[in-house]
Design a protein around this ligand. Structure first.
Ligand code: TYM
Length: 332
């Protein structure tokens, strides 16, 4: 059986990178897999969160899933903290994860920065919780953006460590699904930096709730190089800003990067940017508007999340009990 698990942190400002790197692919995959889509609120707490905003952002991400086209009847949508098995399994995994594996995680190094001694244990242990998220459901596939690749390799290592320790083939080794032309959406102001949630420069990042004018303005102001549009894929190698914008266009229109390059070859950037602004404002306008409407409807969103948590628990509970039996934890 093929089962998908994936998630987004409710840290605010759901952005174009989250949409193109993850959500847009989930929408395509939902028909072929049993899918569990989580709002990973416990992961968000690895850095300080305002309590009221965490609640609001949790509803906002749920609204984004539905607005983007995830069917809440067919798929499970829930917030992580409602299913206690995530943290229980994370503890068991933390007892078989060598520190050396966690020390390799580049995202921890980036987030902790120079003040590593002050970084929280949660931030360090974060990839172990992520492995637990996936394996609590024995998920076989995990659709994510490029930046999560290393965390998924760790999840596979942890699954293998558990299977070896207890001498059985219990957990599947989850497969990353990283596909499309926008697996790593970069900042609009610097094509060498990832479009990120914490980037303070507003023009670097397109938020899904930005107005059409704002989206168009950010695209018009996006950094480009002085040459005309590239003529070939090979040219994209050392033109990161052009590569990023073309990748976004290709993803939004479901064309290949090659077709997109051919279409705009040799044209001026301003003509291309107008075309990109047109497609971006249509898609984002539709999703952003629906997201705003849904997130204000607390009764509806909370209902979806409650039902989702019950369905998630129904899958996780029996798996966790098997893990307890394998591990030797007594349930008197
Ligand atoms: P998060 O919340 O940072 O991002 C959510 C999803 O969006 C993708 N993404 C991007 N894709 C392309 N370009 C970008 N600039 C960009 N920024 C973000 C991410 O790759 C991700 O797919 N650790 C995860 C959440 C998580 C999770 C899980 C995911 C927790 N447990 C289990 C999968 C399975 C995270 O912080 O994603």
């Amino acid at each position: 059986m093929n089962r998908i698990f994936s998630g987004v942190q409710p840290t605010g400002n759901f952005h174009l990178g989250n949409y193109l790197g993850a959500l847009r692919n989930w929408v395509k995959l939902q028909h072929d897999y049993e899918c569990i889509f989580c709002i990973v609120d416990l992961h968000a707490l690895t850095v300080p969160q305002d309590p009221k905003e965490l609640t609001a952002h949790t509803r906002e991400v749920a609204a984004a899933y539905i607005a983007a086209g995830i069917d809440p009847e067919k798929n499970i949508i829930f917030n992580q903290s409602r299913v206690p098995g995530h943290t229980q399994l994370a503890w068991l995994f933390s007892c078989l994860t060598p520190l050396g594996w966690l020390n390799r995680m580049t995202q921890f190094k980036e987030k902790a920065g120079k003040h590593r001694e002050n970084a929280g244990l949660g931030l360090y242990a974060y990839p172990v919780l992520m492995a637990a998220d996936i394996l609590l459901y024995k998920a076989t596939h995990v659709p994510v953006g490029e930046d999560q690749k290393q965390h998924l390799e760790l999840a596979r290592d942890i699954a293998g460590a558990f299977n070896r320790r207890y001498g059985r083939d219990f957990f599947p080794l989850p497969e990353p699904q990283i596909f499309g032309t926008a697996t790593r959406v970069m900042s609009l102001r610097d094509g060498t930096k990832k479009m990120s949630k914490s980037d303070p420069s507003d023009y670097s990042r397109i938020n899904m709730t930005d107005s059409a004018e704002m989206v168009a303005q950010k695209i018009r102001k996006a950094k480009t190089d002085p040459k005309p549009m590239p003529e070939s894929l090979a040219e994209l190698e050392d033109r990161p800003e052009a590569a990023n914008l073309l990748g976004i266009y290709a993803a939004l229109t479901d064309h290949s990067l090659e077709e997109t390059v051919r279409r705009f070859a040799g044209k001026g950037f301003s003509e291309f940017k107008e075309a990109l602004a047109d497609v971006a404002t249509v898609t984002l306008g539709r999703i952003g508007g629906e997201m705003q409407r849904l997130k204000a409807d607390h009764a509806y969103i909370d209902g979806v999340l409650r039902r989702g948590a019950e369905r998630a628990e129904a899958i996780a509970g029996p798996i966790l009990r098997e893990v307890e039996d394998i591990t030797g934890l007594l349930r008197p």
